[in-house]
Write a protein that binds this ligand. Structure first.
Ligand code: HEM
Length: 501
């Protein structure tokens, strides 16, 4: 009788629940005694109630955390207990080795990679990171003509009749993955599958994080059905091309004189490790409210100085465009917290303010607030497109102004030149610093940022050269969902074909 009762499904489930509860309590990082954003005096369950409040209004939670200027706990549904470190501790975070503050451990948690990636072993081996750093970035120069070509094609295709007649048109921004080279990058099925997978990851990882942990292994495979479908379809199209290239490559190995075969087997794209048709992540928000003749004139003058064709040097000279994109990213970055890490050191780690964080603790910084701090960015809430180009050229009273030392001594001239060079580089779009966290900072700063910067400039240069943008009465607002800022996806922009002077 007793054994029958013990094996009753309800008793077994209850037993499993107790075991899970005890194990998770034991495994949960011990929380240091820090203030909790969102908890109120008299709360019965401070962490839980704070979690509900912070999830409903994460922007306010983050602002409160930042204002404290010290280590503070911000519990959020789905994300757990996040410790926000103050701006002053950024160097401490980036100085820690991966064996103390783990980058990939946190990335796996944020994107639930074990479930959302059909093959999680791929992101576990950090090959892609080396590939972007060592292969992609040094080749940006040779990719520029193809990227420019692809940007033009993408606009002509997706903005349809706006590219042929002279009237005003309402269009939606679009981003299209261009990763596999021609003709695949223009295959609508390939493009749709690639885009769908990029959306699957944040969407399904958010859903999975809302599922009670012990049930995840059961429910995640159902939630991620779209991920697997899109990858399978993408892979099917790609495999045939890879097979063909491998065959051609083998043929060339057997007959090294046959250079034509090699060129065909190794076109300039990512299948060959030489990316050709990459993703143009369109972000056109700033030009819809600020159609800038100044940027247009800069583009025209730089392009004509380079004989009408884009190259890496020409892109480097688009200082105003570069500045406007950097400023737009500063204000509109979709990731409000940055430098996400997990404490992985067995004995935990001691923060500069003397708080001990035990193994498993999640840390971040309030990137949204840092990039809106008046100390670094006077008039921080206002979109100031030439904020960074003015600083580059010493026309600004902001941080990093040009020195007025006009000494004509040779050494001083050299020093001045070096200082000028450093100051200019510090203001360029892909440059990271503790005040500009769009691409992260330190050893894990985004290795794709130089490529992304070149691509964005080519896209926007083409857009501004080819179209006029109607001014909207006000900037379309995005929204906050938990810790993510969602851009105004349904917003449209008014465009008309530019009449060439
Ligand atoms: C506007 C576009 C992009 C933005 C805003 C962006 C932003 C970021 C951020 C914030 C991080 C984390 C850095 C940290 O925590 O310190 C990151 C990491 C990373 N990004 Fe990007 N990224 C962009 C484009 C790209 C592109 C085009 C690629 C590849 C071609 C890429 C590849 C990576 C990789 C591999 C990492 C992980 C680096 C590591 O493991 O150390 N990103 N990115």
């Amino acid at each position: 009788m007793l054994s029958q009762l013990l094996w009753h499904p309800a008793v077994v489930l209850a037993g499993l629940f107790v075991v899970w509860f005890v194990v998770s309590l034991l495994r949960r990082p011990r929380l240091p005694n820090t203030p909790i954003v969102g908890s109120r005096k008299g709360d019965w369950f401070p962490l839980l109630q704070a979690q509900c409040r912070n999830t409903r209004d994460f922007k306010t939670a983050l602002e409160l955390a930042y204002a404290e200027a010290r280590l503070i706990l911000v519990p959020v549904a789905g994300e757990g207990d996040i410790f926000i470190l103050p701006l002053a501790d950024i160097k401490f975070i980036t100085d820690q080795p991966d064996s103390v503050l783990g980058f990939s451990e946190r990335a796996f948690e944020i994107f639930q990679i074990d479930y959302t990636f059909p093959d999680p072993t791929i992101p576990r081996v950090p090959l892609h990171e080396t590939l972007f750093r060592m292969k992609l970035t040094p080749q940006i120069g040779s990719l520029v003509p193809d990227l420019a070509d692809e940007a033009a094609w993408a606009f002509d295709t997706h903005w349809g009749s706006a590219t042929t007649d002279d009237g005003w048109h309402e269009v939606r921004e679009r981003g299209q993955p261009r990763v596999v080279g021609l003709p695949f990058c223009r295959d609508p099925e390939q493009v749709n599958n690639g885009m769908a997978f990029a959306i699957d990851i944040p969407l399904t990882s958010t859903l999975i994080k809302l599922v009670w942990k012990p049930l995840r292994p059961l429910l995640a495979p159902l939630i991620t059905i779209p991920n697997r479908l899109h990858t399978r379809r993408f892979r099917k199209i790609l495999i045939s091309e890879i097979d063909r290239r491998l065959r051609d490559y083998d043929k060339h190995q057997r007959d090294p004189e046959d250079n034509k075969t090699l060129a065909e087997a190794q076109p300039n794209d990512s299948c060959s490790g030489r990316s050709r048709k990459p993703k143009p992540p369109a972000t056109l928000t700033f030009i819809q409210s600020r159609v800038s003749d100044e940027i247009h004139d800069e583009i025209v003058s730089v392009l004509s100085a380079h004989g009408g064709a884009w190259n890496k040097r020409a892109l480097g000279q688009l200082e105003k465009l570069d500045s406007a994109i950097r400023e737009s990213a500063r204000l509109s970055s979709i990731v409000p917290i940055g430098l996400g890490r997990t404490v992985v050191a067995r004995d935990g780690v001691m923060t500069p303010s003397g708080v001990h964080l035990s193994r498993g603790t999640k840390t971040s910084v309030a990137a949204y607030c840092i990039m809106r701090d008046e100390t670094a960015y006077p008039g921080a809430e206002t979109f100031t497109p030439f904020r960074f180009s003015d600083q580059r050229n010493g026309n600004s009273t902001q941080r990093g102004p040009k020195t007025d030392d006009d000494d004509d001594d040779d050494d001083d001239d050299d020093d001045q030149k070096k200082a000028d060079h450093v100051r200019r580089a510090r203001m360029a779009l892909p440059t990271t610093n503790p005040d500009f966290l769009v691409f992260g900072y330190g050893r894990h700063a985004c290795p794709g940022r130089f490529f992304a910067a070149a691509e964005l400039k080519l896209i926007l240069a083409h857009a501004l050269l080819s179209y006029e943008f109607g001014i909207l009465p006000r900037k379309p607002e995005g929204s906050w969902v938990g810790i993510t800022r969602i851009p105004p996806l349904q917003a449209t922009i008014r465009i008309r074909k530019r009449v060439q002077a």
